[in-house]
Write a protein that binds this ligand. Structure first.
Ligand code: SF4
Length: 313
């Protein structure tokens, strides 16, 4: 679903006819399932994606700017905000995250969009408001692209197990205020981007902090984030980074999640006071550099407008 959604929101095809775009989305789902050896799920996934399109068109009121963007932000020293935080060996501390989708609306407001696959329940509103990962992504983007301001976060929850309410794919009658990629407010432009004066003036003063729309198994929650809220996320990361780099004690935290953990055997060996090295050597291997750098849609190389090429180029 995540790979298919990356294709669905790919900026370069956003203005294409829906049928054409949808054929690429279906192909992406096929490729992804084939890679995972899960083609038996293709029928279900395919019909869900058809319905997703029918529902999304009623709530998508933005244009995509970037998908799957890796963002790296230099963490600032909370005591001296003008300086970057460093580890005891002098390396800079960098917060890295991946943003599923950066979108811009008709009023030139930028949003960090997160795709969240759910089963059975929507996330409680308190949890969405306190979503530190989404907030940190806003902060990191602003650090990486100086001058850009994030308006907030959009939580795109998708109930993948909710097959009971799958309608036919012609239910999209109430289309949202769509934003074309080629329009002045669309995503087809370089970033960072100035906000148009006319769009700034058109923003209403009494905007709600939270807007929520539900369409079938999709729930879209848009939360405005204040400047102070986003800055606080950066400070929280810095405080945690200081603790991680200066007191690097890491303890195991057993719990229900251990049932699905791949490291259960060596972990149990350590709990029993045995050396886990033999188990690690026989049952595990290190990722090769090639695996780590496997190309994917939306992957950024480097910006021609932002300095030099990568070191090994
Ligand atoms: S089994 Fe896995 S998840 Fe559980 S404590 Fe050990 S390493 Fe952590």
């Amino acid at each position: 679903m995540t790979d298919a959604l990356a294709v669905y929101y790919y900026p370069g095809t956003w203005d294409w006819q829906r049928d054409l775009r949808q054929s690429l989305v279906q192909k992406a789902a096929y490729r992804s399932l084939a890679d995972a050896g899960a083609l038996r799920e293709l029928g279900r996934c395919s019909s869900f994606l058809t319905c997703y399109d029918a529902w999304a068109v009623t709530v998508d009121d933005f244009a995509p700017v970037k998908i799957g963007q890796d963002v790296s932000a230099l963490v600032r020293d909370p005591d001296e905000p003008e300086r970057g935080l460093t580890t005891p060996d002098g390396s800079g501390v960098v917060y890295a995250c991946r943003v599923d989708l950066l979108a811009v609306d008709a009023r030139d407001e930028y949003w960090v969009v997160r795709h969240e696959l759910r089963s059975e329940h929507w996330r409680p509103m308190t949890e969405l408001l306190l979503d530190e990962e989404a907030l940190a992504a806003c902060w990191a983007w602003q650090q990486d692209y100086i001058g850009m301001e994030m308006a907030g976060t959009i939580h795109n929850e998708i109930r993948v197990d909710d097959t009971r309410s799958l309608p036919a794919d012609d239910t999209a009658t109430d289309a949202a205020e769509s934003v074309a990629q080629h329009s002045a407010s669309g995503g087809g432009r370089s970033i960072p981007q100035h906000v148009r004066i006319s769009a700034l003036a058109a923003r209403p003063d009494d905007r709600d902090r939270i807007e929520q729309r539900t369409a079938g198994p999709i729930r879209r929650t848009r939360i405005r984030r204040s400047r102070a809220e986003i800055a606080a996320a950066g400070r929280a990361i810095a405080v945690e980074a200081i603790e991680m780099t200066r007191s690097p004690a890491v303890y195991p935290s057993p719990g229900e999640h251990c049932v699905e953990c791949e490291f259960t055997k060596p972990c149990q060996a350590m709990f029993e006071g045995a050396d886990p090295e033999a188990l690690l050597a026989s049952g595990f291997r290190r990722h090769s550099a090639g695996e780590r750098n496997r190309p994917r849609l939306g992957q950024a190389t480097w910006g021609f407008g932002r300095g030099a090429a990568p070191p090994n180029w």
